[in-house]
Write a protein that binds this ligand. Structure first.
Ligand SMILES: [Zn+2]
Length: 418
């Protein structure tokens, strides 16, 4: 086998939140970038791999990746588009409606979205009457949207925050979805947020929840972009140093299980601290999110999960069955590479995102094809649903495939054939 081409990365022995030494808990080995889809087979030789390891901080309970890749490699050419996923668009509309309800004054409310991606949420905010502005570094996504949509194409950080403050002033709401776990220097991010947030303003941000990773062994959410895995305890510890406090927490099913924090400046008393968050902290302590052995056990369960999926797939292949994948997503990249699935295992991976069709999956180089292939290809017996968190949407799309006897393999949270 050809040796893997190892890319450049920064290795951390210490916690990026509190600076103390961390302990490794799970090593997934060298992995390609989850979103490193290859446009042509020629690019295979140039493909790079990076270590993917999680470490735990016994001091502030942060679970982080030990190795960080430069942000220009990760984000300037981003592969993920919100609007491609209907479930996400609806999720944002619901959050937008909630914000409208809690800010129903006569004054125009100013909202800044960090990591606005293709503007799905921004458009909704504008539609409901907010004065909304977005920031996103992915030039490939943002360039066609501006100037129609008010988006600043850059990384969010102190320099950007200073510019926005000069041009636009401060904000009532700063929000961010699936972004604030993707940034190496969270100290700078919070300093920038403080600069732009009105003293009575709120910060709303949502990320995948550490509790779901632990409960459902979601190793497919572990990738280089996801540098942090947040619990309520970790965020409470971290934001103290910025004189901020959590006043509410909402859980949602999006991305297989997410946590949404509502944060305000400390001692402003503007928003009452919701009683339920006390229970959330207590529950995390009860489930030992502050203990290293919780993460050692998680690593064991993840390894077992991988073994199960590999053995089912091996058996099907031995029985002469044909298998494909569904969802050329970061999750798919991780599952396939961690389980060692290649062209001897899967024929292709289905995805309808125009930017991905006719590209190749990272690491194992399978062709990506549109779902219409299921109309003509009658020989695929099983499809591994890498995009299992959007199962309902996909099953509806593939009704005919199922009616014709096709089966899905769910890789997570439990390896199941449906
Ligand atoms: Zn720490």
């Amino acid at each position: 086998m050809k040796a893997k081409n190892i890319g450049e990365f920064r290795h951390y022995e210490f916690c990026r939140f509190c600076g103390l030494k961390t302990t490794p808990v799970l090593d997934l080995g060298y992995m390609p970038l989850a979103g490193g889809f290859l446009k042509t087979p020629k690019l295979i030789d140039k493909e790079k791999f990076y270590p993917l390891m999680l470490t735990f901080c016994k001091n502030c309970f942060l679970l982080q990746t030990s190795d960080v890749i430069d942000k220009d490699i990760l984000f300037q050419n981003y592969f993920y588009k919100t609007s491609a996923i209907q479930t996400l668009v609806q999720h944002f509309e619901k959050i937008g409606d909630e914000l409208v309800k809690s800010f129903n004054g006569t004054r125009k409310i100013k909202v800044l979205e960090i990591g606005c991606n293709d503007g799905s949420f921004l458009k909704y905010l504008l539609k409901v009457g907010f004065d909304a502005y977005g920031v996103d570094p992915a030039t490939n996504i943002v360039s066609s949207l501006t100037p129609k949509l008010p988006i600043h194409n850059d990384y969010f950080g102190l320099k950007t925050a200073q510019k926005i403050k000069r041009d636009k002033g401060t904000y009532d709401i700063i929000c961010s979805f699936n972004t604030l776990a993707h940034i190496e220097d969270m100290h700078e991010i919070f300093k920038s947020i403080k600069l732009l947030l009105k003293s009575n303003g709120i910060l709303v941000f949502e990320n995948q929840y550490l509790g779901t990773l632990i409960k459902s062994n979601l190793y497919d959410t572990i990738y280089h972009e996801h540098q942090y895995y947040y619990s309520a305890l970790t965020i409470r510890n971290f934001i103290k140093q910025f004189d901020m406090e959590i006043f509410d927490i909402v859980f949602s099913n999006i991305h297989g299980g997410s946590i949404r924090f509502y944060i305000q400046n400390k001692n402003t008393g503007i928003h009452k601290i919701q009683k339920r968050i006390k229970n959330i902290f207590a529950n995390e302590l009860k489930n030992k999110f502050d203990q290293i052995y919780t993460y050692r056990l998680l690593a064991k369960r993840i390894k077992r999960q991988r073994k199960q999926l590999i053995s089912i797939v091996k058996k099907l292949i031995k029985d002469g069955k044909t298998i494909a994948g569904y969802g050329a997503s970061g999750r798919g990249t991780i599952i396939m590479n961690y389980c060692g699935f290649d062209s001897n295992t899967l024929d292709y991976v289905i995805d309808d995102a125009p930017a991905k069709i006719h590209s190749y999956t990272p690491g194992n180089h399978l062709p990506i094809v549109p779902s219409s292939i299921l109309m003509t290809d009658k020989k695929t017996d099983y499809i591994i649903l890498f995009a299992w968190t959007f199962r309902d949407e996909i099953e509806e799309k593939c009704r005919l495939y199922k009616q014709n006897g096709g089966k899905f393999i769910l890789p997570l949270p439990k390896v199941t054939i449906v």
